[in-house]
Design a protein. Structure first.
Length: 307
């Protein structure tokens, strides 16, 4: 996970190089098998293998994970690419079609069996998929709740409107008081107790005090979601040391979540109501930004950026 996270920012380029490279290797190894060892793998089998590989790649390798709809788009593009490849020369196209045509013609007993089975099974398969898709689910909704629902475009806290896309944490500042993405990296080993610490570290300390006065009962003194009340609740309090919580979120998203709490979640956040309190009722705007600053500093995660 850590290794994958290091390259997060380069993902599109990395994907092109890595996937393209692996695909070429794949095709090349079939070429070598044929030329050096005389083992001919049928083009249809090669294409199927390549397609399965790409699906597995999109599903498990890309980080942060992409939603199914995007995976489907990528897979379709890959499929088009594979078709262009197998149909690029007459021989390879013939090779690709050969097993399909053999099954349709059914001149041998084996192909006859395959054809008979597919003619009977295919309609059933399609019917089953359709039915499976439509049938209402009666299982207990284990993870139906959307953990990170779409945030609103803006949120109003203490009468002040924050546009989530443009707002930023006023305490994430370098020594000159200017907003800085790099300051956390710079002071990640800093000592918040040092009286002469830079402004950023002082804010982190104040955020820590707010955390231990308000949040650790649920989110735990290690920020791992194991506070003393944690197990009384369902859903359990977020574990900030887990890469799936604040590490996945923009800082303004967290600001919105902390201000509005469980009660402020949109409908997808249910059916189980969260006990996360709406902190705007107890903390000032500044205190909320500071406690968020502390959570990122302590866990060593960086907020996600909009791009
Ligand atoms: C009464 C227990 C409780 C307290 C106290 C509490 N929280 Fe939470 N918090 C939760 C629960 C439960 C969740 C998970 C459900 C949810 O997302 O609403 C949560 C979720 C969160 C999330 C969302 C994380 C995510 O991945 O979406 C943030 C951020 C958060 N809490 C910050 C804080 C801060 C900051 C404080 C202190 C000012 C605090 N919490 C105090 C119970 C609590």
């Amino acid at each position: 996970m850590t290794a994958l996270k290091l390259v997060e920012g380069y993902m599109p380029v990395q994907m092109l190089i890595e996937m393209g490279g692996l695909a070429l290797l794949f095709i090349w190894s079939f070429y070598l098998l044929d030329k050096k060892m005389g083992i001919k793998v049928n083009k249809l089998a090669q294409a199927t293998g390549l397609f399965l590989f790409s699906i597995i790649y999109f599903r498990f390798r890309i980080y942060p994970p992409i939603p199914f709809s995007v995976q489907a788009i990528y897979a379709t593009m890959t499929l088009i690419g594979i078709f262009m490849w197998v149909s690029s020369t007459e021989t390879s196209w013939q090779d690709f079609r050969q097993p399909l045509i053999a099954v349709v013609d059914a001149k041998t007993p084996t192909t006859q069996i395959i054809r008979a089975v597919s003619v009977v099974l295919l309609p059933f398969l399609v019917g089953f998929l359709g039915w499976n898709n439509m049938k209402p689910s009666i299982d207990e909704p284990i993870e139906l709740r959307t953990v990170h629902p779409a945030p609103p475009a803006s949120t109003k806290v203490h009468g002040k409107t924050f546009v989530l896309q443009t707002a930023s944490n006023p305490y994430r500042v370098d020594d000159d008081g200017k907003y800085s993405d790099m300051v956390q990296k710079k002071y990640i080993d800093g000592n918040p107790w040092d009286e002469k610490a830079p402004p950023y570290m002082q804010y982190v300390r104040e955020g820590g005090q707010i955390f231990f006065q308000n949040c650790h009962f649920c989110h735990g003194d290690n920020l791992n979601g194991r506070g003393m009340f944690a197990f009384a609740f369902n859903p359990i309090p977020a574990n900030f040391t887990d890469a799936g919580t604040i590490a996945q979120l923009q800082e303004t998203f967290v600001f919105w979540r902390v201000s509005k709490g469980g009660i402020g979640l949109p409908r997808e956040g249910f059916p189980w109501a969260s006990v996360m309190p709406p902190w705007e009722q107890h903390l000032t705007i500044d205190e909320i930004w500071k406690v968020i600053l502390f959570e990122y500093w302590h866990t060593g995660y960086y907020p996600r950026t909009w791009d």
